[in-house]
Write a protein that binds this ligand. Structure first.
Ligand code: MN
Length: 232
């Protein structure tokens, strides 16, 4: 192997696959915003507007059981529990009725958010990157293959913080379901195997503090535990 790089390339970001010794290599991390009506209402956003897309860098991913630092540059660091869709193939302009055929599996994820910065940026119609796409902002659990769990279109999605229930909803409450998300996202980007899509959060979002323990659960997908550490 020739020494072709001026410094070592970054490591491959991957997630464990439930029931397998092989891991799922992550290519991109897409997110849907405003995909549950009660969450749109709790943040005071326009409920007639359709959901939106944004992205996070793949190296924002943290593994199940991680302790992540309380984010810098925020005084209102929030959790958002979400269903993650893991693609096993992709394409452009994918039809809704073919979309589920591109799904490899599903996982539990958190879309950690600097809420104060997001509100400021939204008011200025500015980009959300510093509010959403920062280091350690995407804890994600094991990928559960479709062959084991099917395509969960309904089922409980629940987050506890220090054993207190903070978010408690059902996947059926999504405004755009998974086929609609994949189809619409594929009109903007050519999708590929390894792309993860976070599908939006239900109501009940709120702040975390150093020392908090977050446990997310989605029916059939196990749990995701994330601890909040000290500020960087
Ligand atoms: Mn979100």
């Amino acid at each position: 192997m020739p020494n072709a790089f001026v410094f070592p390339p970054p490591p491959v970001v991957s997630l464990p696959v439930q029931g397998s010794a092989s891991r799922y290599p992550v290519r991109r991390l897409y997110c849907v915003g405003r995909n549950y009506l009660e969450h749109i209402r709790e943040l005071g956003n326009d409920e007639k507007e359709p959901p939106i897309f944004f992205t996070k860098p793949r190296d924002a991913i943290e593994q199940d059981g991680a302790t992540i630092p309380y984010a810098s540059a925020t005084r209102n660091y929030h959790f958002e529990l979400e269903l993650a869709v893991a693609l096993g193939s992709g394409g452009r302009d994918i039809a809704e009725d073919e979309a589920l055929g591109h799904v490899y599996g599903y996982a539990i994820a958190l879309d950690m958010t600097r809420r104060d910065l997001q509100k400021q940026l939204t008011a200025k119609s500015g980009p959300w990157d510093v509010a959403k796409a920062f280091d350690h902002s995407a804890p994600c659990g094991a990928i559960h293959p479709v062959e084991a769990v099917g395509h969960p279109a309904r089922g409980r999605i629940q987050l506890t913080v220090n054993d207190q229930v903070q978010q408690d909803s059902d996947l059926a409450a999504m405004i755009w379901n998974v086929p609609q998300i994949i189809s619409r996202l594929s009109t903007f980007f050519e999708l590929h195997a390894g792309d993860l899509i976070l599908t939006g959060t239900p109501a009940g979002v709120g702040p975390v503090q150093p020392g908090d323990v977050l446990v997310g659960r989605i029916d059939g997908l196990g749990s995701l535990t994330t601890r909040i550490g000290a500020s960087l």
